[in-house]
Structures are given as structure tokens and as C-alpha cells.
Design a protein around this ligand. Structure first.
Ligand SMILES: *Cc1c(COP(=O)(O)O)cnc(C)c1O
Length: 390
């Protein structure tokens, strides 16, 4: 099938399969072999060369989902991020990074880059000018993440891509929070798109994987490093990820819808002080989000009124579970100040606007009414507990 002419859900369901020529089964056969014949064959196959039948097929699906020429899948999101960054950076080079990034990426930069002699700067703002202001003669990469974690701030894709083009450097994005369903950065001239496939691509909280999509030339460059670093994915997980991607379109669209309704509900709830969701017209980046996203995603954050205990509230939830990860079909909450952003320290968190009471909410596919009922009963419990304290 010509992928360019088919839509999202058809790509999810049909593109990038291993055809079962022999038995005509409906799904891809799974090739677990780590050893393939090497005589008289065109391709020398080996799992760490990223070229087993299941890996090659899935890469096609990833590429098409991100409107890219080529794709590569990794053993984790961090393997995809570290390998992609290192493919374009060497000792003496400099990278400009968005001021707030996923915790793991922040640690990679802080803990490893000095060892390799790679210089880095974080921006002081979110606008394209803030990225341009940090560019030096030795800058090779500009790196963004939008919508951001945990405040769902939106970065201007087209603006940042233009800055990168103007200075002849590579632009990279962590597109995990949006997923390919809601945002295709290559359409806005961003060069390299990275995903933690552990999140929306996997979608069932049972797969650790990463993915990169870009031009053929960029993917070749990343691939040359990837086979030396050895972060390839086991074929069983490749096969599971292919299965998960078949439903990604409908899952994420359901999550978009649920998150929008939850954001609106929380926004009018008197026990809630602030809601951060790009789908709300009150969100400062709502118009920018509308111009570059097809849906606003399943992630939102909110703060309870000061007199309500956020940690007590999370413990009182029955359906929505406190959890370290995100983007599963089940709804989860997390305290960024206690978990993902704990290592930043109180001062840096305050600077970034991450309050101690902030709750990040990964909205699943449950019935919206059931999520609301759960939140209401938890709020009532926290209020009763507070009355007893007074
Ligand atoms: C989870 C996550 C990562 C890291 O992915 P892993 O699969 O855990 O290695 C990177 N970026 C974002 C935005 C994430 O949510």
C-alpha cells in the first residue's frame, strides 16, 4: 500500500507488518532468531544491527506515522534520546536545550556530557528567540520537548525549526507527550523526532521501548552509533509494540477526549486552584497548540486549593492510581515534586513553576463519569480529614 495516501488508523493497523506468506496468518510472525545465515544473502541479519524481520517492518510503521523517510527503534526512550544526541555531538560541540525537559534527559546531560567534553546551555524562555539567544559558533543541535512535562508548556515547532535552519544546525524533539497521533513535527521542518515508545506507542504500561524518525541520512548517522552502543530492542518486544500500535490512533483519540473533559471539569471545580492543559482556552499556549497539534493529548496537571492536601488526595483515589509512568490506557497521577522532579531541588522547582501540590494526571480511557466520581469522593475525604484536624 502507498502509505502517503492512507490515514493514521490505517497506517497503525496495516503498515510495517511481516507478511506471513506461508500460512497467511492475520498478524506478523515473530522471528526470535539471533542467528541468521550469512552466506549468499544480501543482508547480514543480527538483532543488534537493528535488522531482524520484525525490527525492519516496525521501523517502516514508525517512519510513516511521523511522516519521515526512515525510522529506528530502541530498547528504551533514553537509548533513543542518548544515541540521537550523541550521533550529532562530539567533544567541543555545543547543544541548546529547552529549559524544562524530561528528568531522565536532564540527568543524561548533567551527568554525562561533561565527560565527553560536550557543552550545553538551557534556554531562559520558551520562544524561538530564547533558543537563538543561546546559539554559539560551535552549536550543533537544538533540542525541545513539547508539550512539556509537567506544566504542558508548548514550544513553537516552526519557529525553532527556522532558527535551526538559519544557523545550519539539527533540530530534535522529544515528541512523547503528544504521540504521533497529535503532533507530527517533521511537517513543521523539525529534523529528528524521538519517542519514548514506553508511553503512548506502547500504551498498556507493559513495554519499554524508544523510537526515532527522520530523513534517511540522519537515521543512517544515528544507526552507525546505535549498533556500537547496542541499545536495540528484543524481537518479542518489537512484536508487542507492533500490536500496540494497531490501536494507538483510537486509544490516543479517546484519551484526548477524556483529558479535555477532565480539564474542563477540574477547571470549574471550586477545590481546584489551577489546571494546566493546552486544550483549555485559558492555557497561555492554547493558540500555538491549536496551530501545531491535531489533538491536545492525554496529559494534564492541576493544583488543589492550598488548604487541601495533595498527597492525601492522591492516596484517597480508588480508580486512578498514583504511578511513576504515564500514557497507559489506565488513568494515573503523580506528584512531580516528589518523583520526576525531586532531584531538581526546591528552589529550581519553584523557578520552573512546579509547586509541591502540583498533580500530574495521565488520563486513560475509562468512562469520564467514573473518573469524576473518583475525584469527587477523594476531595470529600480530604475535606473531612481537614475538618477533623481543625
Ligand atoms: C518516559 C519518557 C522518556 C524516557 O523513556 P524511557 O522509555 O523510560 O527510557 C523520555 N521522554 C519523555 C517525555 C518521557 O515521558
Amino acid at each position: 500500500m502507498d502509505g502517503k495516501k492512507i490515514g493514521l488508523n490505517t497506517i497503525c493497523t496495516h503498515v510495517g507488518e511481516v507478511k506471513d506468506e506461508k500460512y497467511k496468518g492475520a498478524i506478523s510472525p515473530l522471528y526470535m532468531s539471533t542467528s541468521y545465515a550469512f552466506e549468499d544473502v544480501e543482508v547480514k541479519r543480527y538483532p543488534r544491527y537493528f535488522n531482524t524481520p520484525n525490527q525492519e517492518a516496525l521501523c517502516k510503521k514508525i517512519a510513516l506515522l511521523e511522516h519521515a523517510e526512515s525510522g529506528l527503534i530502541f530498547g528504551s526512550g533514553m537509548a533513543a534520546i542518548s544515541t540521537s544526541l550523541m550521533a550529532f555531538l562530539k567533544a567541543g560541540d555545543h547543544v541548546v536545550l529547552q529549559q524544562i525537559l524530561y528528568g531522565g534527559t536532564f540527568h543524561l546531560i548533567h551527568e554525562e556530557f561533561n565527560k565527553f567534553g560536550i557543552e550545553y546551555s538551557f534556554t531562559n524562555g520558551w520562544r524561538p528567540e530564547d533558543f537563538e539567544a543561546k546559539i554559539r559558533p560551535n552549536t550543533k543541535v537544538v533540542y525541545i520537548e513539547t508539550p512539556s512535562n509537567p506544566l504542558l508548556t508548548v514550544t513553537d515547532l516552526k519557529g525553532v525549526a527556522e532558527v535551526a535552519k538559519k544557523h545550519g544546525i539539527v533540530s530534535m524533539i522529544d515528541n512523547t507527550f503528544a504521540s504521533p497521533v497529535n503532533q507530527n513535527p517533521i511537517d513543521f521542518a523539525i529534523d529528528v523526532v524521538i519517542h519514548s515508545a514506553t508511553k503512548y506507542m506502547g500504551g498498556h504500561s507493559d513495554i519499554l521501548a524508544g523510537a526515532v524518525a527522520s530523513s534517511e541520512a540522519n537515521i543512517n548517522r544515528i544507526y552507525n552509533l546505535a549498533k556500537n552502543f547496542g541499545g536495540s530492542l528484543s524481537d518479542y518486544t518489537v512484536w508487542l509494540l507492533e500490536r500496540s500500535l494497531k490501536t494507538m490512533g483510537i486509544r490516543v483519540k479517546a484519551q484526548n477526549e477524556n483529558a479535555q473533559r477532565m480539564a474542563e471539569y477540574l477547571n470549574q471545580n471550586e477545590n481546584v486552584k489551577n489546571v494546566y492543559y493546552p486544550g483549555l482556552s485559558s492555557h497561555p499556549d492554547h493558540n500555538l497548540a491549536k496551530s501545531q497539534m491535531k489533538g491536545f493529548g492525554g496529559m494534564l496537571s492541576f493544583e488543589l486549593q492550598d488548604d487541601l492536601d495533595a498527597s492525601q488526595f492522591q492516596k484517597s483515589l480508588q480508580l486512578i492510581k498514583p504511578s511513576m509512568s504515564l500514557a497507559g490506557v489506565e488513568s494515573t497521577v503523580l506528584s512531580p515534586a516528589l518523583t520526576s522532579h525531586a532531584l531538581l531541588g526546591a528552589e529550581e522547582r519553584k523557578k520552573q513553576g512546579i509547586s509541591d501540590g502540583l498533580i500530574r494526571f495521565s488520563v486513560g480511557i475509562e468512562e469520564t463519569e467514573d473518573l469524576i466520581t473518583d475525584i469527587e469522593q477523594a476531595m470529600e475525604k480530604v475535606k473531612v480529614a481537614r475538618l477533623h484536624l481543625q
